[in-house]
Design a protein around this ligand. Sequence first.
Ligand code: ZN
Length: 164
Amino acid sequence: MRWINHNATAFCVTYAVSANPVLSVIAAVSATVPDAVEHLPLFHRHRGVSHDILLWVPVSSLLWIMTYVPIGGILAISHLAGLLQLVVLGVILGVMMHLITDGLSALGVPVLRKYRFAAGWYKTFTWSEYKISLCICLPCLAVCLALGRLSPKLGNWMMYLNLA
Ligand SMILES: [Zn+2]
């Protein structure tokens, strides 16, 4: 899936679920991480180990647990702890959305290197990819519209940053 579609689907799903524009932007930006790390030697193969959901589950769990571990007293500053948890949650959501949407493609994603999850709903770099992206984003926008979440409330920025 093109990065623009990864960004859009991660933003829309996260915003529909959380109504938090900051968390949604973090998820949207992070939605390219599994492709971006393929430039590193360990993850060199396209849709290889960097796209294995069973690799990301323990990595995500470890990242989340680390937000509760006091490292160098940084979490003693309560505002930083909340902000760090928001960033980590956004990264986890972005990465998971990437893996799910890649898994919907014909090529799919690996599961434990040996198996593949490939729903086959679209082919990458074709119009079918944009159709799937719209099929994800439009219902999310409808949910936001129905729940009155289309415009973030400017007075809530401390809450959006998990600082309140
Ligand atoms: Zn990918």
